[in-house]
Design a protein around this ligand. Structure first.
Ligand SMILES: Nc1ncnc2c1ncn2[C@@H]1O[C@H](COP(=O)(O)OP(=O)(O)OP(=O)(O)O)[C@@H](O)[C@H]1O
Length: 508
């Protein structure tokens, strides 16, 4: 399996309508220097924007003069330091909102970038930046902006996404890290404005980035007392440190690390757990710069906890942590569940079918196959907090119980809810193709199907790709699978992230 892939789409290629832009109207917007044009493109609709005079950038990435950029279901802003003219092609209803703003936080973002650049010029070991803030504070936008400015300055930072609700170069439900040496792909649709990975195929212009991916399989980092999240953060940090210290990687080491986090980390019901997880991230990634976005309270909490504290495992003696704050931009918009589902759906679709963006014309050839469930490598369920044994009869049937699967009187559903799983159990093996698997993503793990210490190995293994369950035939024990490329299902453990059901329903 060389390229991974999508859900609920059946056997046909999904509707790729947004690729055909129905341009009804053209609009000209003149921006004076240091103004930004904020826009929202309606769901599954697209617009095209061209800079016809001057210079402009989108979250730090410079836009090329006279090139058309297509934006599908996007909320973003085009900013100019010098003044510019934009030509916007759109059809009726595609532009859900648009206005020119004078107030912005670009100067503050540039100041942070310049401080990071000073660190890069001074030290061999570059900055390790942790971005914190509540939901929709603009964390990912700041991460993109700092990454884009670093790349424009000739750097190659490692970007780490610790927000499982946002797949960066991967699917939602994952944590990932990748080196960014080339510009970000601003046409924000399935890539969320970060670009493409080999998963969704090349777009022909911007080189793909190669992410290291861990399958978290849910959206709540504090779940199960944060055990899964902490372990995977630790694994990612280890890999990132390994990359930074590897021979020939001085450029990457000097460029440093930029880490995006979920808003739920500190604003959720389990704030105490969130603080513990932040402490874990700070120590694992040897963070030396914490940026707090939009909350005085958060800033003061972090100031008390981390400011001027020695960096854990610092390579240069006397290195301490700096905590800085940044106001939330007035342009940051809330994204409701419907919008996030559409983003997730687009990410999953593009994984299997390629990027439907206008002009990208990449169409992958996913492979549909029906297989016996028994012939598959082991399928594991990633257990969410508080859930009961799902489909593993051996978990809730006494050894001398005469009823086994296949017996007419065996009724697994009658006993499922009665048997809660041990609090610390993270995975459960499935013995039957439960209908709940329909329209779900299966992560193909970099480990054998049934490792000796399954709980730890499945938790700590990286993920090599994804399959999508398009159908289940319970009676015949068969599973219909979509894979991103032709070939047999690899002989690796398959993990169903039950916690991402919301995604799967969307695609279904
Ligand atoms: N200046 C701006 N003008 C218009 N839209 C913006 C601006 N800044 C950010 N946005 C948009 O606001 C939305 C939320 O921003 P962002 O994703 O950066 O927040 P976040 O804090 O990372 O959210 P979450 O906690 O949910 O991950 C995004 O769609 C982003 O593109």
């Amino acid at each position: 399996m060389s390229i991974p892939g999508i859900p609920g789409l059946g056997q046909d290629e999904p509707d790729q309508e947004p690729t055909q832009l129905q341009v009804g109207q053209t609009k000209i917007v003149d921006l004076r220097k240091e103004q930004e044009w904020r826009f929202e493109v309606a769901l599954a609709r697209s617009i095209e924007v061209k800079i016809i005079t001057g210079t402009a950038e989108l979250f730090g990435t410079e836009l090329v003069l006279n090139k058309s950029y297509a934006f599908i279901s996007t909320k973003a802003a085009i900013y100019t330091w010098t003044g510019c003219t934009l030509e916007i092609a759109h059809d009726n209803g595609a532009l859900a909102s648009e206005y020119v703003a004078e107030e912005h936080t670009m100067n503050e973002a540039v100041n942070i970038h310049l401080a990071l650049e000073a660190m890069r010029s001074r030290d061999l070991t570059g900055p390790r930046v942790l971005i914190l803030g509540s939901d929709n504070a603009g964390k990912s936008t700041l991460a993109k902006t700092l990454t884009a400015y670093a790349v424009r300055s000739g750097r190659a930072p490692v970007v780490v996404n610790l927000d499982p609700a946002e797949g960066v170069l991967s699917l939602p439900g994952t944590l990932s890290a990748a080196v960014f040496k080339t510009i970000l792909e601003v046409e924000s649709d399935a890539g969320g404005g970060w670009g493409t990975s080999p998963m969704s195929g090349p777009n022909g212009e911007i080189p793909v980035k190669l992410p290291l991916v861990y399958h978290f399989g849910g959206t709540d980092p504090s779940e199960k007392h944060g055990t899964m999240y902490k372990a995977q953060v630790g694994r990612l940090a280890l890999s990132v440190q390994g990359r930074l210290k590897a021979a020939g990687q001085e450029e990457v080491e000097r460029s440093g690390v930029i880490i995006d986090t979920p808003g739920s980390l500190l604003s959720g019901k389990q704030a105490a757990m969130g603080y513990e997880l932040v402490g874990h991230i700070v120590s694992e990634f040897t963070i030396n710069t914490v940026v707090c976005l939009g909350s005085e309270r958060l800033y003061n909490d972090m100031l008390r906890k981390f400011d001027k504290q020695p960096v854990s495992g610092a390579r240069s003696a006397g290195e301490t942590i700096s905590v800085v704050k940044l106001a939330k931009s007035g342009g940051v918009v809330d994204r409701d569940q419907a919008y996030m589902r559409a983003v997730w759906e687009a990410q999953v679709k593009s994984y299997f079918y390629g990027n439907p963006r206008v002009g990208a014309s990449v169409s992958l050839q996913p492979r549909q196959q029906q297989v016996d469930f028994d012939a598959l490598p082991a399928v594991w369920r990633r257990i969410s907090a508080g859930s009961s044994s799902y489909a593993n009869p051996s978990n809730h049937v006494d050894e001398d119980d005469e009823f086994q699967p296949g017996d007419a009187e065996y009724e697994p559903s009658a006993t499922i809810s009665a048997v809660p799983l041990p609090e610390n159990q993270l995975f459960e093996k499935l013995f039957n193709p439960t209908p709940a698997l329909r329209n779900c993503v299966l992560a193909v793990m970099n480990c054998p199907p049934e490792p000796d210490d399954a709980q730890e190995t499945l938790r700590d293994s990286s993920c090599m790709g994804f399959l999508y369950v398009t159908d289940i035939d319970e009676a015949k024990g068969k599973v219909s699978l979509l894979s991103p490329a032709a070939g047999r299902v690899p002989n690796r453990a398959l993990v169903w992230g039950e916690g991402m059901d919301a995604v799967l329903n969307v695609v279904g």
